[in-house]
Design a protein around this ligand. Structure first.
Ligand code: ATP
Ligand code: MG
Length: 649
């Protein structure tokens, strides 16, 4: 029988934790073993680090699995753990340094943040928003997006943050799906030197819409906007008038905290539901241990609050831990391609958490840009969102981390709420391209098609065998889809949909989505390994591969390659790249065709959209493109791909 997924790529490099970090790390050296001995006891200890109003009387209720409930009977308001207790200790500690894209900046203390959250919460109350309601937040990366989220949490309303780059139609779909009562937005947001019309999109999305009664509008872009009296309210007119005291609503641990739609790499977005107690336990625990946060750290997560990474590791995790963070409003290439490195130098950032897509873009732009800035303040780097190719990991390590900083490659999903597979920087010896081992208390394994655990050295399907506190509680309004998507592949086990292999040391290597696995002459080959073999070549910055239908081999590998710097593709390079893949991981994985392209189709969260490349390769009409960020490139690739070079027949 063929392997569920082949294990082809071998990576020999490894990096033990730096002694200085290990000796004062937040995570105890035996944390994995202790948690494995009694996972619930581990989570109880983590939950106790938060501020509760009423203690729980049951840790886990699994009587209606897969509808699990955690910390049953406990009550809390997450904003008290994130704000009030820190303000009581030191109101002047900085919560956020914020830098706007045009270069303006602000620093906001915990005391100021709490006061603004309370004022905004009171403004929402005045608009008759309360516990049980849902508020859509459609903003850019301004401090007020954090305020808006926490103001909802303060009064027990759920937030549904919709990424501020989505269209009016996408916004409308999400507003309707959870019957939002209010929208919080801006006139416009700064992006690459111009203003994106958020308010205009909100107006368009609300035509004929019934549930939204009020729109709160922050002035930022100063672009002209239409105004609907009675419905629309300027933030600067209503919020400052409000009292800066707002009693936190007492919430059940299992009450709704937010709904967030997955980023849409694979198809129709799903409204993922997260609740208060378990979610905050997971994000707070992982933030402290994975990022090893200390009082004097300056932490920067480059995600957008429109994605789960922004929810968990810009807002709730860092604030629960009293961290000081940087938020940057704009794009990495404005006004120049070294903006991020300038920011690290200016603020003295110590911990950077970003995505492989960004790292590969910087590889393309060249190492002289970070090389021109002082990055010596950095001590820890993180990655999330896609598998990180070993060569991109090494580039991150050398050119950003200056060979000093451990890299935490963190695997998790909107659905999991918090980080699931990750190194702990003071404990784990890392290997480039591996997310290493499950977080303490997480029961992750690799199984074959029948659900049996694969032996070390083999590939298969990632599963999570036991529930965890920050897990999703469902898909909004669709319990059947929840059971079907996540719990039906293997009985009683959570199925994330990702391929994974386990090496001889028990390290986990994520292999991309199961749906993308290519079947070549009876071998199941992961996209990740072929892409990593391509990126391993010195000329390549980024690559995407898909299995396109082929009469002879079932599927043939079609590759799309972005070159580094100013390199231009040519026929000899195609021959060389095919040979490189064959040498690196085996002739079976040699791409049948290679197309050079300046960019790849990506979701708005920056992930490669392979299904569109597959549509192009098989000359089909394109599937759903609403979550596509860069539509032009698809046309360009389509023109290039109609006559792919390097056909191997
Ligand atoms: P959709 O579910 O709508 O298709 P999405 O899966 O891209 O969108 P997210 O929840 O943002 O939405 O992404 C989670 C997925 O991202 C994971 O299932 C995995 O495929 C990928 N991923 C995230 N982090 C990593 C990582 N460190 N290594 C490998 N893959 C990762
Ligand atoms: Mg997903």
């Amino acid at each position: 029988m063929s392997e569920t997924i082949e294990n082809l790529f071998q990576e020999e490099r490894s990096f033990p934790p730096p002694e200085a970090l290990a000796s004062r790390a937040n995570a105890r050296p035996r944390i994995h073993q202790e948690a494995a001995a009694d996972p619930q006891a581990f989570w109880v200890e983590e939950a106790k680090k938060l501020q509760w109003k009423q203690p729980w009387d049951q840790v886990l209720d699994d009587s209606e699995a897969p509808f699990y409930r955690w910390f049953v009977g406990g009550t809390l308001n997450v904003t008290e753990s994130c704000l009030d207790r820190h303000v009581a200790a030191n109101p002047d500690r900085i919560a956020f340094h914020w830098e706007g894209e045009p270069g303006d900046s602000r620093s906001i203390t915990y005391g100021e943040l709490l006061a603004e959250v309370c004022r905004t919460a009171n403004a929402l109350k005045k608009m008759e928003v309360g516990k049980g309601d849902t508020v859509a937040i459609y903003m850019g990366m301004v401090p007020e997006i954090v305020v808006a989220m926490l103001a909802c949490a303060r009064i027990g309303a759920a937030h549904s943050v919709v990424f501020g780059g989505f269209s009016a139609d996408s916004l409308r779909e999400r507003i309707d799906d959870c019957a939002c009562k209010a929208v919080i937005t801006q006139d416009g947001s700064w992006r690459r030197g111009s203003v994106f019309p958020l308010k205009k999109n909100v107006d368009d999305s609300l035509i004929g819409q019934q549930t939204v009664k009020n729109v709160l509008v922050l002035r930022r872009g100063e672009n002209p906007v239409d105004w609907q009296e009675g419905r629309d309210h300027w933030w600067h007119e209503v919020v400052p008038e409000m009292s800066d005291i707002c009693e936190p609503e007492e919430m059940d641990a299992e009450d709704l905290l937010f709904i967030l739609y997955t980023s849409g790499s694979t198809g129709k977005p799903k409204g993922i539901v997260h609740t208060c107690g378990g979610y905050l336990t997971g994000v707070s625990s992982t933030f402290r241990n994975v990022f090893d946060i200390k009082d004097d750290d300056l932490y920067w997560c480059t995600a957008d609050c429109g994605w789960v990474t922004g929810h968990s590791y810009i807002v709730y995790g860092p604030l629960a831990n009293n961290a000081t963070s940087l938020i940057y409003e704009g794009t990495p290439d404005h006004p120049q391609q070294d903006r991020w490195w300038k920011l690290i130098e200016k603020y003295g950032v110590t911990i950077l958490y970003t995505a492989p897509t960004a790292i590969r873009t910087f590889m393309k732009w060249g190492e002289s840009l970070p090389g021109g800035c002082d990055l010596t303040s950095l001590r820890l780097l993180g990655s999330v969102g896609e598998p990180i190719n070993p060569e991109a990991w090494m580039w991150y390590h050398e050119h950003i981390g200056q060979q000093q900083c451990p890299i935490v490659d963190t695997w998790w999903q909107t659905e999991t709420g918090s980080i699931m597979i990750t190194p702990l920087p003071g404990i784990t010896t890392t290997k480039p391209g591996s997310a290493t081992t499950p977080y303490p208390g997480i029961d992750a394994h690799v199984v074959d098609d029948d659900g049996n655990r694969v032996e070390r050295g083999h590939g298969g399907i990632l599963v999570i065998d036991s529930p965890w506190p920050s897990m999703l509680r469902g898909i909004h309004g669709d319990p059947e889809r929840y059971k079907e998507v996540y719990w039906s592949r293997f009985e009683g086990t959570y199925f994330p949909g990702d391929g994974c292999k386990i090496d001889e040391d028990g390290y986990l290597w994520l292999l991309g989505r199961i749906d993308d696995v290519m079947l070549i002459s009876g071998h199941n080959i992961s996209t990740t390994e072929v892409e990593s073999a391509l990126v391993d070549h010195a000329s390549v910055a980024e690559a995407a591969v898909v299995g396109r239908a082929d009469d002879r081999t079932g599927q043939a590998i079609a590759a799309f390659v972005v070159l580094r710097g100013s390199e231009v593709g040519h026929d000899e390079l195609i021959v060389e790249l095919r040979k490189h893949v064959a040498n690196k991981i085996g002739p079976i994985a040699k791409p049948a065709s290679i197309v050079f392209t300046p960019d790849l189709p990506k979701t708005r969260s920056g992930k490669i959209m392979r299904r569109l490349l597959k549509d192009i390769s098989e000359k089909r009409k394109l599937g759903d493109v609403t979550t596509l960020a860069n539509a032009d490139i698809v046309e360009a690739i389509r023109d290039g791909a109609t006559d792919p070079a390097g056909e191997d027949h």
